[in-house]
Write a protein of this length. Sequence first.
Length: 703
Amino acid sequence: MHSNKFLLSNTPVDKLGKEEAKKELSLLAGQIYYHDQLYYAEDAPEITDAQYDELRKRHRAIESVYPDLTLPDSPSLRLGTAPSKGFRKIRHVIPMLSLDNAFNQEDVFNFFNSIRNFILELKDENVQIETVAEPKIDGLSCALRYEHGKLVYGVTRGDGNEGEDVTANVLTISDIPKELPTEVPDIFEVRGEVYLSDEDFLDLNVRQERIGGRLFANPRNAAAGSLRQLDSAITASRPLRFFAYAWGEISSPFAATQWEARDKLKQWGFVLNEPAKLTQNTEQLLNYYEYIEEVRSKLGFSIDGIVLKVNRLDWQQRLGFVSRSPRWAIAWKFPPQQAKTVIESIVCQVGRTGKITPVANLRPINVGGVLVTRATLHNRDEIMRKDIRVGDTVIIQRAGDVIPQVVSVIVSLRPASSRPFEFPTVCPDCGSKLIREVGEADSYCTGGLICKAQAIERLKHFVSRDAFDIDGLGEITIAEFFAEGRVHSPVDIFTLRERNGLNPLSKIGGWGATSVKKLFDAIDRARTVSLDRFIYALGIHQVGLATAKLLARHYINIESFLMAMKDAAHPASMAKQELLSISGIGGSVTTDLIGFFTEPHNTSVLDLLLKQVKVTDYVLPSQLSPLAGKTVVFTGTLQSLTRSEAKAQAEALGLNVAGSVSKKTDYVVVGSDAGSKGKEARALNLTILDEKTWLELLHKVDM
Ligand code: IVH
């Protein structure tokens, strides 16, 4: 027995007395809940899939011997999805984003450089960028909405667009004011981190142990598990705390700088991250970073770095956001924490594209408060380079949410019997040959459609949160349905009900009437999907969320998108030129897109899929703007703002910014020294604007 995260008894199930069965069910349920949480909500599993399957198998077996011990919240009724479906969802008026990370001084310099490159006045190095620095707490983010000074709801971050309504639980947190003074704007949404102090975390685990509940691996998990409790009495029994560090929707501005905002928040009764510092230059920042690292263990709560925020809010506003994080803030992480342990085995996993990733199963070890059981070995070269072998004692490290890595092997501790690791030549799942392209580090399974592992990974991607987002189709269920031949391709998900009729949904238990209905309801909800999610769900190589959005934003509807992808297969086509002209889409993505859409199997699955689902047009975030959907090209040097800011401004109003002019260009903005593009624009008779007229146009639209 390695740890309390994976406890399995050897007693045969039919030898268990009822009391024992009850106890074990509760223990297993606790573990399954815990690992579900890690897997689905944190993407950071601590045990292997096989171990997880064993937990569920034993739980199911005991329940089938004692069906009357099945509790309403049993994992067998939860279908292996995030244990959070009971909460009402609330959409964030302003998305809750994340922070980009810096890992060293160079990253921090780059952060400031990109700010200087964005805001023209800051090109002058003599102008200082005042920066607020605060500790970065390791908890979970939460938004609190106040209307006319009254707390109306609390919501978790969720996927950034939509979170869970945790109002009842938030009301139990004493750090959170329930009423605010009258001077606070009528609509005021505070954002911050819900966390547990180190001491309370340890106490909680002692209590959990006493009552036979599940133990939490770290304060962050404990805070997440405690805030996302359906029973707020449980939350109330856990001493959660709250630090305010940002805000969302506000009906009127309440400060000019981040530092002033901090003061106001404190005056109004919030607790803020301390010690914070207003710094004038990088030297002061560096001192602060070193100071915090030094006092880290004495703060009383866990932190994993510091957060830097541009102090001036007007600059924050101008800098805006890039994909999921603001340009005006960055998290500067502390260096990874290391530990020594032993590699017990090495397994090779097959991803959705067939990529083979070797993973080391480790003797479980606590690294900076987190139990680590696995480390990625990346690829064959990495294993060879470090000569990593089964049985080796190794130094591993983890940094934040990143999968732990092997830093080095302690060769002096190597057992005499050890042999170099033999990388497989065939797929561990389907037995097809592995290939490795010249110059590439990764090996790929050539099994394609016959490889079960790839198919399951593709299905998992298809139903994932940012794709079709089908609740109730978790990894376990997909694997079960796949094994039973019920779902092999995405289309099968949508025809499951008609094919299945009223037969039991699976040979494996746990599918009561309610859970079956829930699953089919979730599938039906997914029959309408927006174009960006649809494209992302296809799992095309190199087409992640951001690229899918770029494509959706350009082609708007599924018909034009598919037509364009088909036409682009001709090397000299306009469609291909158009695809290449989309800012952010390069040659290699284009090749992958064309490759995908010329593969007959893909197109036939697509045709079938489109009979089952309705793909809605991509809605531009700023669709109300009259300029939305128009295309602009900038050329020459602009006088009052940088090219990056000009581009961001245009995109915020829903315009597409293209790199070259074509008949489809709506506006060409010409700065000084405009070269050939200006000429081309004149030849095509396009609308040409100078910088001043362009900014006036934007200003009118943005009112
Ligand atoms: S500011 C636009 N300040 O770290 C996002 N975040 O890794 C503004 N966090 O999502 C966030 N301490 O949950 C901010 N002092 C701090 C923070 C902090 C912890 C969390 C927050 C954020 C995550 C990003």
